[in-house]
Design a protein around this ligand. Structure first.
Ligand code: PLP
Length: 384
């Protein structure tokens, strides 16, 4: 195995640089107070923005569906794994997004690689925001299309790149950026795309459930139509609290993706009970204005408190509230010191974020109380 003998040196270097990634072990339901490695913690790091991952009503919908339909789908969607529950979920998601149709994938990662690869060939061009999620970047690479990135949220820079692009042009952006929490300027991006005859694809993994009327996401908050944003991606493992993802668009686009998205075709369908759980979750999400209002209040409280401590916040109005630290070891030390005091906040380091911008990524959930946000602020203050 001589060829692979550099693995231990590479891992040692990663450890030395404060970049080694380690998992914690959850022994309870996901919640703001999970049991981790045997101890109860106060957590500010899940993407369970509405507190639905452990919701009894959704769990019950899932177990009833398991009783009726069993556990596994048993086949891929195009063989005979496509269940009535998947079909109903697709219709409900399409209606939720104000689109003609939707297609449900097993994960967001798979949706992104499948959709971009299906829409483009090597004669085409994909242009992505520099800070896009890794799954979008990977999808762009896998598609074989010409690939470039524009400066973060910079529609002028995008326009310059579109001027030089050839073939079909697909512009791809996160809706809410996963490591920064800021929103893409979708109206500007859509108008640049329209004037260049390009398609805009928005991955709103962190906006669905949280932003817009009924939680219909950032595209809905901007009031953009299928013409403005032909391809909308949502994930179901974040605010929805279940698992999976979807793409929504006009019927023709969805029909096309059904034929050509390889990560949809060549994989076993997700369990029908997961689709049933997500349908229950969708109904709750739409009805959760009170949870969204509470979340907004928590965001304002946290931001005021962090600023009062003299720490650097990023320009975010969403439940993703990173505190910029800079150096990886320092971010790690703070994260470890918080954990020793019972609070879980992850340090996000390069290569996930650019060099020199390590951060404590605080995420808020509607399940948090104001008192729990105070606990975080007071503990941070004691560490400075
Ligand atoms: C989490 C995330 C994904 C991946 O979704 P999964 O269902 O977890 O695979 C894709 N895009 C963005 C922007 C994300 O934040």
């Amino acid at each position: 195995m001589k060829q692979f003998s550099d693995m231990s040196a590479v891992l040692a270097a990663r450890h030395r640089d404060g970049l080694l990634r380690q998992r914690v072990e959850l022994q309870s339901a996901q919640s703001v107070t999970p049991i981790i490695d045997g101890k109860p913690l106060l957590s500010f790091c899940s993407n369970d923005y509405l507190g639905l991952a452990g919701d009894d009503r959704i769990a019950q919908a899932m177990s009833q569906a398991v009783e009726r339909y069993g556990v596994g789908a048993g086949a891929s969607h195009l063989i005979d794994g496509h269940h009535h529950e998947h079909e109903r979920l697709e219709q409900e998601l399409a209606e939720f997004c104000g689109r003609e149709a939707a297609l449900v994938f097993s994960t967001g990662y798979m949706a992104n690689i499948g959709v971009i690869q299906a829409l483009l060939t090597r004669h085409d061009t994909v242009i992505q925001d520099r800070l896009n999620h890794a799954s979008l970047i990977d999808g762009g690479r896998l598609s074989g299309a010409k690939f470039s990135r524009y400066a973060h949220n910079d529609s002028d820079n995008l326009a310059q790149q579109l001027d030089r692009a050839s073939g079909k042009k697909l512009v791809v952006t996160d809706g809410v950026f996963s490591m920064d929490g800021d929103k893409a300027p979708l109206d500007d991006l859509a108008s640049v795309c329209r004037s260049h005859d390009a398609w805009l694809m928005v991955d709103d993994a962190h906006g669905f459930g949280v932003l817009g009327t009924e939680g219909a996401g950032l595209v809905s908050e901007f009031g953009l139509t299928t013409e403005d944003v032909p391809v909308v991606i949502g994930t179901l493992g974040k605010a929805f609290g279940t698992s999976g993802a979807f793409v929504a668009g006009d019927q023709l686009t969805i029909d096309y993706l059904l034929q050509y998205a390889r990560s949809y075709i060549y994989t076993t369908a997700s369990p029908p009970a997961v689709a049933a759980a997500t349908r229950a979750s969708l109904a709750i999400v739409r009805n959760s204005n009170d949870r969204r209002a509470h979340l907004t209040a928590l965001i304002q409280k946290l931001r005021a408190g962090i600023q009062a401590l003299g720490l650097t916040l990023m320009p975010s109005e969403t439940p993703i509230q990173p505190i910029l630290i800079g150096e990886s070891h320092h971010a790690m030390q703070l994260s470890q010191a918080l954990k020793a005091r019972g609070i879980l906040v992850t340090a996000i380091r390069p290569p996930t974020v650019p060099e020199g911008t390590a951060r404590l990524r605080v995420t808020l959930s509607a399940q948090h109380s104001e008192a729990q946000v105070d606990t975080l602020l007071n503990t941070l203050e004691s560490l400075l």
